[in-house]
Ligand binder design. Structure first.
Ligand SMILES: *Cc1c(COP(=O)(O)O)cnc(C)c1O
Length: 365
């Protein structure tokens, strides 16, 4: 039996008609950038996130970068990011000209440890970027409290957590702005690259929209040095077709996660921890194992696809060597990079497949 790490097939099969009719609708209208589809999806997604404004952009990296740019964060500024995240979080900071300052995660939740944030704050700090990694919400109350006390912005990286809840409230509405990715593999994925920034601040939303449209407020009038980063009509139409199914699809991920949490019983495996405040959406089901390479090989040899998130922490990446970090600077991120292994998790996994994953993990000696 083979269980892939991820498969879009069950979702594509179920939504085949809706996705094809979304394509037909846009194609027959022959209007591809900035139009009715974009507006409609933005409205629906803002509602889903319980915020007032949503601005569709080209991808998740831009969603974060444009939010920072709109908050006037740039050269000479510092932004706090977790040491354990996808590189896009740090790149968004780098691309506006600011310095990413890393803060270690809590080894149990994988997310930024709020008790370590204050130590990283300097006179140059302008913002904190909590990342709801693997679909697990960050502990937002202490983060918001620290931000308020120090006059900092909060920009949430929600790229892996569409619909996750913190103390019953959906993430994306806690900070000044939040960036989402609709990369195909995300919980809500387009059929290509896409992203969105959400906010309750109308002025900020307008600036973000202008920044993503060549810095233009109306045609051929440019107030900022902008980017080209817009949500195209085709992707917006696909996203509108998929959004009504997101809650159900997240719910299914929860059921799979629950089966893993209840069924996996192997002393060598550390299972993910879910704090009381969290309703995760399980973008990734990450376990930890000191003998990861052997476990990975064992699972793969027995038909269980796996992945690692992320094998090299950002501070040790080649592209960031100028920051001058060395091995040992962020030991928790480093331990996660060496021990984390992600199990198959996708909408449409069968009972049989879930059981095969559980039994294989349990039989690893
Ligand atoms: C995917 C991802 C991004 C970037 O999204 P793209 O759409 O690929 O640009 C940013 N942050 C995190 C945590 C991500 O997982």
């Amino acid at each position: 039996m083979k269980v892939p790490f991820v498969s879009f097939l069950p979702m594509e099969k179920e939504l085949d008609k809706e996705l094809r009719s979304a394509f037909e609708r846009v194609f027959s209208r022959s209007w591809y950038i900035e139009g009715a589809e974009d507006q409609e999806f933005e409205k629906a997604f803002a509602e889903f996130c319980s915020v007032r404004f949503c601005v569709g952009v080209g991808n998740g990296l831009d969603a974060l970068m444009l939010a920072l740019k709109a908050l006037d964060i740039g050269k000479g500024d510092e932004v706090i990011v977790p040491s354990n995240t996808y590189i896009a979080t740090a790149l968004a900071v780098t691309y506006v000209g600011a310095l990413p300052v890393f803060v270690e995660p809590d080894i149990k939740t994988f997310n930024i440890d709020p008790s370590k944030i204050e130590n990283a704050i300097t006179a140059k700090t302008r913002a904190i970027m909590p990342v709801h990694l693997y679909g697990q919400p960050c502990d937002m109350d202490p983060i918001i409290k620290i931000a308020k006390e120090h006059g900092l912005y909060v920009v949430e990286d929600c790229a892996q957590a569409h619909g996750a809840k913190y103390k019953g409230r959906v993430i994306g509405s806690f900070g000044d702005a939040a960036g989402f990715s609709f990369y195909p593999g995300k919980n809500l994925g387009a059929l290509g690259d896409a992203g969105a920034t959400v906010t309750n601040n109308e002025d900020l939303a307008n600036v973000i929209r202008a920044l993503g449209n060549y810095g233009s407020d109306y045609k051929y009038h440019h107030i900022y040095l902008g980017n080209n980063s817009r949500l195209d009509e085709m992707q917006a139409a696909f996203l509108s077709a998929k959004l009504p199914h997101l809650a159900k699809m997240n719910e299914e991920r929860r059921k799979i996660a629950l089966k893993y949490l209840e069924g996996i019983n192997n002393k060598q495996i550390v299972l993910p921890f879910v704090p009381d405040y969290a309703e995760p959406v399980w973008h990734i089901f990450g376990i930890r194992c000191d003998r990861r390479a052997e476990l990975e090989k064992y699972l793969n040899d027995n038909g269980v696809g796996t992945n690692k998130h992320y094998p090299i922490p950002i501070h040790l990446q080649e592209c960031y060597k100028d920051l001058g970090y060395v091995e040992g600077d962020f030991p928790i991120a480093e331990v996660i990079s060496k021990t984390e292994l992600s199990l198959p998790m996708y909408y449409g996994m069968t009972e049989h497949e879930i059981d095969h994953v559980i039994n294989t993990v349990n039989s690893f000696k």
